[in-house]
Design a binder for this molecule. Structure first.
Ligand code: FES
Ligand code: FES
Length: 209
């Protein structure tokens, strides 16, 4: 389906842009040992590397642990997390950066993992919902979601938790409703738990409850 150019893309990237722009750039950055025609030689030249189309090694830091995967350069971060590392908290729902169910942190910022290539995350810090907390030692945002009944389906919830946790980490006890709404702008909940999500966010920030 054609994308409406008047609608701003969620988090500044569309699926099409990924593969036409960012994805192509990442693929280009992944060119190993090849200096493009006309490019400068020497220490100032772009460090081109060629990888693929076969599987390549990708080193990630996921939830504080060093992980090395062997994946094709076309594999998204979401696919790598779920299929190679068995971290299934981030969910594949729209697979086109529209719903936020796949939200993780990349170097401390929220991204849609379905629209980031695994090779783009090379050497970077990835945090998934599993890295926030686990049963028995929940993150304050996870606990607040439970206490405020801020979930129903379980598909959108991990992404919402990651966005809310980012907002709480950024703004602390002074977190405002507007900041929560902005942080969750890329997360869709089709059943409308937003008021509960808002209450959970403010509670996790130390307001009320
Ligand atoms: S699955 Fe990534 S934004 Fe929807
Ligand atoms: S709780 Fe997932 S769609 Fe509303």
């Amino acid at each position: 389906m054609a994308e409406d150019p008047s609608v701003p893309p969620a988090r500044g990237i569309t699926r099409r842009a990924l593969f036409q722009g960012a994805g192509a750039a990442a693929a280009a950055r992944a060119l190993l040992g090849a200096t493009p025609a006309g490019a400068e030689e020497g220490p100032a030249a772009t460090p081109w590397r060629t990888q693929g189309p076969g599987a390549v090694d990708v080193a990630l830091r996921v939830n504080g642990a060093e992980r090395t995967l062997r994946v094709e350069p076309r594999v998204t971060l979401l696919e790598a997390l779920r299929l190679d590392l068995d971290l299934t908290g981030a969910k594949p729902v729209c697979d086109r950066s529209q719903c936020g169910a796949c939200t993780v942190w990349l170097d401390g910022r929220t991204v849609h993992a379905c629209s980031v290539l695994a090779v783009e995350a090379e050497g970077r810090e990835v945090t998934t919902v599993e890295g926030l907390g686990q049963p028995g030692r929940l993150h304050p945002v996870q606990r607040a979601f439970v206490e405020e009944d801020a979930l129903q389906c379980g598909f959108c919830t991990p992404g919402l938790v990651m966005s809310v946790a980012w907002a709480v980490a950024q703004h602390g006890p002074g977190l405002s409703e507007a900041q929560v709404r902005r942080a969750c702008a890329g997360n869709l909940c089709r059943c409308g738990t937003y008021p509960h999500v808002l209450k959970a966010a403010l509670k996790a920030a130390g307001q009320g409850g």
